[in-house]
Design a protein around this ligand. Sequence first.
Ligand SMILES: [Zn+2]
Length: 253
Amino acid sequence: MGNVAGSAVDERAALLGYERLEGAIPVVHPPGFGERAAKARDLLEDGAASLSEILDVETPVLEALLVADVNWDRAPRENERSYPPGLPYFTRAATPPTLVLPETLSAAFRPRTNATGTLIVWHELAHAFLLGEPVPRTPAWLREYLPQALSDAAARRTGLPLEEHLQEIDRDPGFTVRSFGGRADAEDQMSFQNLLLVLGAAALEEFGEDFLRALARALWEETDIVREERAEELLAGSLGPGGRRWLASRVEF
Ligand SMILES: [Zn+2]
């Protein structure tokens, strides 16, 4: 098999001797990682099927790159310097755009339950779906809320139990999703994401999953930077009647 011209991932994979597992989202992986790659492929396929239905869009053209810890600094990325180890991310620095999945997840990810790894992969997959169309700049809470709520929704659809995971989350870390400052340590970042996960699950319980499509569409239609007030309006509007009152009642918000 020859090289696929223009594929940064293929070039890099060739460089590292990585192998390729075909699928709806192919998984490029180190030799000896076949079993993990197959698991990742199935997980991505399940997630993509759910997200595609929820958002009513096709699965974008993507690859996943499972990276051995020793190769982390060679993974494709936007910046010159390598990213902190163990944090999965979505990058358009490769062709096709790529979900980079580390061999070992960062210890910063909390809580650790049967759902942790799956939710993290689906979160990044959701970013890939959302970035299939131009997305305006938004407050951090709105940018991260959709992937968190979408991974909640994919879990509900596929029957992945989340009760234990949600129960272990601290609902009062000393800030809300809107008051969270941004430049924070890994622990606060995790608490921020976890609040969004709780808020996502609660909204799904109350309003069903249709608001996710409405919110994604509303975002794709925005042409200007979405500021705080507009962001709240978009979320409340997507939830539908009673959305604003419900949001005001949520301690995470
Ligand atoms: Zn994210």
